[in-house]
Design a protein around this ligand. Structure first.
Ligand code: FES
Ligand SMILES: [Fe+2]
Length: 442
């Protein structure tokens, strides 16, 4: 039975949400239309397709799409569907198409921008309405594509606000990630980790700014790291980043949480910046930035201490450790996390090694930390399927947040402001309010 707007509105209260937002596949389908069918979603980075003919198959919500670089150097995003009989034009993963795409089924061929090039035995179409110029016989492009400093986003809606307006305050996290390179550019490197989670996509977004879980869920790795450091008589960065989760509640309360329109936000860094400045890798990094930008600007760039940023619907860039956890919803109870790592062009190689180290220790499928979260996400999914109650609580520090330009800031880092903010955006999307603002699909 389709949901009415009244029913959707009733699922989100100021202080709680109905558990069906995580478990009902009809709502998941609506999300694919009203959120993923409309908002700007991160598709991939231009460095993944450096040469003409390079492509990567990926997803926007429930849609298979291709990120491809065309002969003129432009990056396009196409639906991964041959217009003949609908075969997926390219298989999953990245590759090189050569000068054109050739469908593996009946050899229709397409330019790299998707336009129709040829079909075998042309005479067979005589007398039909087959028209190679007509868009029906080309690979369909996703309606809008915009790139910000190499980060390619696409919107399936033909009209709406531009990418910069959509990103609002969190664009500064993408800028800071790029500014950490002395030439202002980053590239995807080091392969990609993938983590399949048996839970709803929204749980992941909520957890990114959920400071109350860190010392509890990650207790085992904190204790192990402390014991190891004691044995060694030192706290190398590898252990320092694990121990970070074990800070007392007082520490988390002092952090800043920022929440912006469209469900975005960021959380202040959790690692002591003083520790980083004592670290030789950071000092070497600072030296190249200082040479490129001068002392004041280099201090400003490395001084922006952010932990997770949330770009709602796309994922979470992490500026300090140069990664982007891209969140791809697969089903109401299945979510794929793709962890892209970035090399800062022109920065010492040791900075990239630290990126790899952070991903391996914190976020990889076999890391000491991610596995804890994945287990808890699955438990939320399972618990919410039981008859043990209908609502999940978002009460922490309700009503204490301050308004800032473009959004809200929490007065306490343990606030559930980020979750409340995400669900306000979710509700607006699902009721079509953001559809009017972002796209013409209403
Ligand atoms: S399905 Fe692609 S050529 Fe037939
Ligand atoms: Fe966690």
């Amino acid at each position: 039975m389709p949901y009415t707007n009244e029913q959707i509105a009733a699922l989100v209260r100021a202080d709680s949400v109905h558990k069906s937002v995580y478990t009902d596949s009809a709502l998941f389908q609506l999300e694919m239309e009203r959120i993923y069918g409309c908002a700007w979603i991160y598709v991939g980075h231009e460095s993944q397709v450096p040469n003409a003919g390079d492509f990567c198959a990926t997803r926007i919500g429930d849609q298979d799409v291709i990120l491809v670089r065309a002969t003129d150097g432009k990056v396009h995003v196409l639906y991964n569907r041959c217009p003949h009989r609908g075969a997926k034009l390219v298989a999953d993963g990245c590759g090189h198409a050569g000068k054109f795409f050739r469908c593996p089924y009946h050899a229709w061929t397409f330019q790299l921008d998707g336009s129709h090039l040829a079909a075998p035995l042309k005479a067979a179409f005589e007398g039909s309405c087959f028209d190679p110029q007509h868009p029906d016989f080309s690979v369909r492009p996703v309606a809008r594509v915009e790139s910000h400093r190499g980060f390619v986003f696409a919107s399936q809606a033909a009209q709406g606000i531009g990418l910069k307006s959509f990103l609002g305050g969190v664009i500064s996290s993408i800028d800071n990630l790029c500014d950490r390179s002395p030439v202002g550019e980053v590239e995807v490197a080091g392969g990609m980790f993938r983590v399949l989670q048996t839970s709803n996509w929204k749980v992941f977004y909520e957890n990114l700014h959920d400071t109350m879980h860190a010392p509890v869920t990650h207790e085992s790795s904190v204790v192990a790291a402390r014991e190891q450091a004691q044995k060694m008589g030192a706290m190398p960065l590898e252990l320092h980043i694990m121990v970070g989760n074990g800070e007392p509640y007082r520490f988390w309360e002092n952090l800043e949480l920022c929440a912006y329109a469209h469900g975005h936000g960021y959380m202040e860094g959790i690692f002591d910046p003083g520790a980083a400045s004592r670290d030789p890798v950071t000092r070497a990094h600072f030296a190249v930035l200082e040479q490129a930008y001068g002392h004041a600007r280099a201090s400003e760039i490395l001084g922006m201490n952010r932990h997770n940023t949330i770009i709602y619907g796309s994922g979470s860039p992490h500026t300090v450790f140069q990664q982007f956890r891209v969140i791809r919803p697969l089903a109401v109870d299945r979510t794929m996390i793709e962890i892209q790592l970035f090399r800062l062009k022109g920065a010492p190689e040791a900075v990239f090694k630290r990126t790899l180290m952070y991903a391996n220790i914190i976020n990889a499928p076999s890391s000491n930390v991610m596995a804890d979260d994945v287990e808890l996400y699955a438990r939320c999914q399972q618990g919410n399927l039981s008859r043990g109650g209908d609502w999940t609580s978002l009460h922490r520090h309700l009503g204490t947040d301050r308004a800032v330009p473009g959004g809200m800031v929490s007065s306490n880092g343990t606030s559930e402001l980020p979750m409340r903010n995400q669900f306000q955006a979710w509700k607006q999307y699902m009721l079509g309010h953001l559809v009017e603002e972002n796209c013409d699909a209403a």
